[in-house]
Design a protein. Structure first.
Length: 130
C-alpha cells in the first residue's frame, strides 16, 4: 500500500541521487573508406552510370566496386586511381572531395557538442500520471 496521498504526484528518479550525469554516446568519426566510397558513388550516380560500366572502365570487378562504394573495402591507391579515372576524375579530385566531407562532418560534430553544452534543461526523473 502506498503512503502517498492520492492527489500527490510521485517522482521516481531514473538514476540515483548524486549519480554523475550520463554522457551521450560519442558520435563515431567517419572512416576514410566510407568517405571515399561515398564520393565514388555520388560521382557515378551524378554521371548516371552503372556499376558495371564504371567497373569495366576501371578494370575492376563490379562486386568489388560496389564494396568500395559502400565502404566495406579499403582500396589500394592503384584501384582508387583506376576508379577515379573511370569517372573522369583524378585521384587528387576524389581525395579532395573526401576531405571536404570529412571537414563537414567534423564541423557538424563540433556544432552538436556546442549545442549540447548550451542546453540547460535537465531531466532526472520520470513522471507518470494516472
Amino acid at each position: 500500500m502506498s503512503t502517498h496521498a492520492p492527489d500527490e504526484a510521485r517522482v521516481i528518479p531514473l538514476r540515483p541521487q548524486g549519480a554523475p550525469p550520463v554522457q551521450a554516446p560519442a558520435v563515431r568519426e567517419p572512416l576514410w573508406r566510407d568517405l571515399v566510397g561515398g564520393v565514388l558513388r555520388r560521382e557515378r550516380l551524378a554521371q548516371e552510370r552503372t556499376l558495371k560500366d564504371v567497373a569495366q572502365a576501371a578494370r575492376i570487378s563490379m562486386p568489388y566496386l560496389s564494396e568500395l562504394e559502400r565502404g566495406r573495402k579499403e582500396a589500394s591507391s592503384e584501384v582508387l586511381a583506376a576508379a577515379a579515372r573511370a569517372l573522369g576524375l583524378g585521384l587528387a579530385d576524389v581525395l579532395s572531395l573526401a576531405q571536404e566531407e570529412l571537414a563537414r562532418s567534423a564541423r557538424s560534430r563540433v556544432d552538436r557538442a556546442r549545442q549540447g553544452r548550451a542546453s540547460t534543461g535537465r531531466h532526472d526523473g520520470l513522471c507518470l500520471v494516472a
